[in-house]
Ligand binder design. Structure first.
Ligand code: PHE
Length: 358
């Protein structure tokens, strides 16, 4: 990455700090973006993958951290926004991976509570167990056997399911997903429990995944229909649910869309703010990802930091319905996109908390 592009990235970002560390033994970069501590300590998952260039990783971590600020603020939960990216240069062997996780944990501990983490794309509760060996007590979502609340995918899927019901209620007058065609893009730790819930509720479930072997993951479920990954966003359905990587709502996908609503858990689905406007013009109802995908972050953080029971966590995650109704109402009333409406609600909460009130 050219030096001036990092300069531009940082200048255009309104976060608080970007922590960087080069991990010599694996050639990986550890990036931690602390976006906002206005409502509480920055908290967010650790994403680990190979990026084309360091600049892509930096852009990703800063945008993802902002997304966490919006998530917690819109859900009115006292944590701030942060995110970590481990930008791998290549795939690692299990022992290299373990070493990297331990060094990452030590970095977390050196931050002394400035950032708390959990799993995200490319990391799991098993990784959290290792990171916590050196990074405790700043690591959420360890396995239950290790004293954590376990993985966050099921709670994120619950919030997304409730979001789909809320979109159906708005469009069709009933929240029931029975016989609705719902397309889930990505059968990962969120997509899989989501298709299970949808199928159990009688939806007509379509799904896609970039991995050919994903069939095995849904083999135990009847009546599901696979669509090719490159056809997902153009497939006719009631609700499109992006649950893989970001940027899927863009200039080239939007004109081809044949869905009534978009409600998914993938972070940063909109490639740019202009895409929210494009979707509004097309009359497609968008549930902002930062409203819908709070389940894991809320449920896990609530249990581990505030002692909620799993039942209390689920009840809190179900509040996605009320938040989403408020966002839809505000967007209608103000004649703005739902993305903008959600941001306004979040920013009002942050402004209300005021600087330094954390
Ligand atoms: N991956 C979660 C998200 O993007 C982050 C998270 C999980 C944060 C668990 C805390 C605990 O929202």
């Amino acid at each position: 990455m050219a030096a001036e592009s990092l300069d531009t990235l940082l200048r255009e970002w309104d976060g608080e700090a970007l922590v960087t560390r080069f991990d010599e033994p694996t050639g990986s970069w550890l990036l931690i973006a602390l976006h906002s501590s206005a409502l509480g300590p920055p908290t967010g998952g650790t994403r680990m993958r190979v990026y084309p260039a360091l600049g892509d990783a930096a852009r990703d971590v800063m945008k993802l951290a902002e997304g966490m600020t919006l998530k917690y603020a819109v859900a009115d939960f006292p944590r701030g926004g942060g995110k970590a990216v481990i930008a791998l240069r290549r795939e690692l062997s299990p022992s290299e991976r373990r070493g990297l996780m331990l060094r990452y944990g030590a970095l977390l501990r050196s931050l002394n509570g400035a950032y708390f983490t959990g799993p995200d794309v490319g990391t799991s509760p098993d990784d959290m167990d290792v990171i916590a060996e050196t990074g405790s007590p700043y690591v959420f979502a360890r396995n239950k056997a290790k004293g954590g609340a376990g993985g966050s995918g099921a709670a994120t899927a619950l919030g997304t399911f409730v979001g789909i019901e809320t979109a159906c209620e708005r469009l069709f007058g009933s929240p029931s997903v029975r016989d609705r065609r719902v397309l889930v893009q990505g059968i990962g730790s969120v997509g899989l429990p989501l298709v299970q819930r949808l199928a159990a509720a009688g939806a007509r479930v379509l799904w896609s995944d970039v991995l050919p072997e994903a069939d095995a993951r849904v083999a135990h479920l009847d009546g599901l229909h696979r669509v090719p990954a490159d056809a997902a966003t153009a497939t006719e359905c009631d609700v499109l649910s992006p649950c893989a990587l970001g940027g899927v709502l863009n200039e080239s996908s939007i004109p081809q869309m044949r869905c009534r609503a978009i409600v998914g858990a993938a972070n940063n689905q909109l490639a740019s703010p202009a895409d929210a406007e494009r979707l509004r013009e097309r009359g497609i109802l968008v549930a902002p990802d930062f409203v819908v995908s709070i389940g894991g972050a809320l449920g896990i953080t609530g249990q581990e930091a505030f002692g909620w029971t799993p039942e209390q966590a689920d009840a809190q995650v179900r509040r996605v319905a009320d938040t989403l109704r408020r966002v839809f109402d505000e967007a209608e009333r103000a004649g703005i996109t739902t993305d903008e409406a959600g941001r306004r609600i979040a920013h009002r909460r942050i402004a209300h908390a005021g600087p330094g009130s954390a």
